[in-house]
Design a protein around this ligand. Sequence first.
Ligand SMILES: [Zn+2]
Ligand SMILES: [Zn+2]
Length: 334
Amino acid sequence: MASDGRAEAPRTEKLMPGIWRLRLPLPWPGVPHGNAWAVESDGGIVMFDTGMGGKGRLRQLDLALAQAGFGVEDVRLVVCTHSHTDHYGLAGSIVKEAGCELWMHPRWEHVRPLAEDSAAALEARIEVARQSGVPPASLERYRERRQEDEETGIDILKEPDRDLVPGVEVETNLGTWQVYETPGHAPSHVVLHQPERKLLISGDHLLGRTVLFFDHGHSPDPVGEFLSSLDVVEGLDVGLVIPGHGRTFRDPEAKIAESRRQVEELLGKVPAALAGGEEKPAFEIVEEIIGPEMVKTPASAWVLQIVLSCLDHLALAGKVERVEGTDPQRWRLT
Ligand SMILES: [Zn+2]
Ligand SMILES: [Zn+2]
């Protein structure tokens, strides 16, 4: 694989007649690919998610679509499961090229700061990290690494033409897809269910290999939202899950149980790090959970958002609290 992922060719697989998996490369360590799903509709296709934006990526998507016998101009509608860059980044470019609409959940705007002013968005993230107790040298390394990577992953900030909320139906040759709100991973997250065929386009809410992530700071309790969203999906009749990363899978119950287990584990580890009356900033809790070596890697930024989300959830449950007047912000058990 090319070190930046960009030179790698996309690969397209037919999942079943009328649905193709476009396996698109991502520039992220640990998450090398994302899926966009092309579903036949009205002499063309509906695209569920888009892959990341950036230089050459629309061309890459066009090559991926060509393997299914289509081109970007055949896209009749773009539907995004959520507005993270790997699912929404190319939406604006596709819509412009194909002259179609974009449908996405109205809480999509958590992506706006990154798309409109990436330098300011970076500084805001660094400030959250500083308040969480990330050491100054690490903040500087993070800033340098991000500044080198001048691409935001979003080609054009495209607002949805239609709010993707329950009641909205997406028509395809494989039948009509129903929308379910599943916030938690991101405030804008939805899944799409095709009840006759028992198919679920799950985005990042449910993956074959569970990788938890909560986009922190856009709602009071992303962890609580995520747990409720697992209940939502558990109530659906699903025979095949079509995820945002990795292969499809047939056992949603097992993955729902695994997601719940991982959340419970985290909700145990976070207060355990504060046992014995200790007062700690969030980043010290991160270090305790992932260890002194991992905490030096870029993964720590991702775990920090998870730990902050857990702290918010535990604070709402009255189990932890902020220590007044501390900067970096310290936390303790109640
Ligand atoms: Zn995501
Ligand atoms: Zn994703």
